[in-house]
Design a binder for this molecule. Sequence first.
Ligand SMILES: Nc1nc2c(ncn2[C@@H]2O[C@H](COP(=O)(O)OP(=O)(O)OP(=O)(O)O)[C@@H](O)[C@H]2O)c(=O)[nH]1
Ligand SMILES: [Mg+2]
Length: 277
Amino acid sequence: MNIQWFPGHMKESMELLKNSISKANIILEIVDARLPFSSSNPNIKKICKNILKIKILNKNDIADPAVTKAWLDYFKDNNEKALAITGRNPKETKRAIEYCQRITKKNKAQKTKIMVIGIPNTGKSTIINSIVGKKAAKTGNVPAITRHNQRMATKDIDIYDTPGILWPVLEPKLRADILAASGAIASTAMDYNDTGAFTLNFLINNYPDLLKTRYKFDKISSDRTRIIEEIGKKRGCLKKGGKIDIQRAYEMLINELRQGKLGRISFEKPENIEENL
Ligand SMILES: Nc1nc2c(ncn2[C@@H]2O[C@H](COP(=O)(O)OP(=O)(O)OP(=O)(O)O)[C@@H](O)[C@H]2O)c(=O)[nH]1
Ligand SMILES: [Mg+2]
């Protein structure tokens, strides 16, 4: 199945973002640390114009630490400012804000105006709540929770939350698959069998030991169907009559991966991004 998800509200949000971006003197682009390339909206560069931008690699707590380090080196080599954080952790978001304040070199009397942008479900609203110290913005574990721009303020900063925005054609397929597996695509726009098969294959090729440990396999079978059936059996994903519900088993696998239950996993490395261009 071809994955596309660009509903009307995202198109409108993009227009609004274009018209409101100049309110900011610094932009935080929140990407998912597990997929820092694929989770960066290719249209963002154009609209950010000359405004200073920092890439925040969020959800670092569930990304592969060695791969995150490689990404930070990659961004540094490409003269892009980037920080890896865990957005739920106020100490880490404070570090991000202090960094913003340092590099905007603001006139002390003026507030730093920060616009937080990115694709759906990367943790924008969570980061803002952690910065302002209260649950000011609505958050959730499904994409497209934030639907409007919202300004929050502290003594020193104004910070704007914005809706997550994708782009009209998610290509190539590998990029769309990675986005779907990570949780950036609405469940109604993806097929759990397809994304599940992609995810299982990815884990077998890249993190076989994590898969073995989580589902208590002695070895990884060469038969993919058997593996997902075993997972389904272990998680009680059964249909009437005791047959394994493969779709539910895939959904379970994807959800456990998204929650970091298999361990710290990254979907892409800097040396592979050509595959996703
Ligand atoms: N593991 C982990 N989960 C996080 C982190 N930050 C946010 N989340 C989770 O990611 C999910 C999405 O968080 P939100 O803050 O609603 O994301 P958003 O980018 O505002 O999403 P939209 O408004 O839909 O675009 C929630 O389940 C958060 O708890 C983090 O640093 N680590
Ligand atoms: Mg939000």
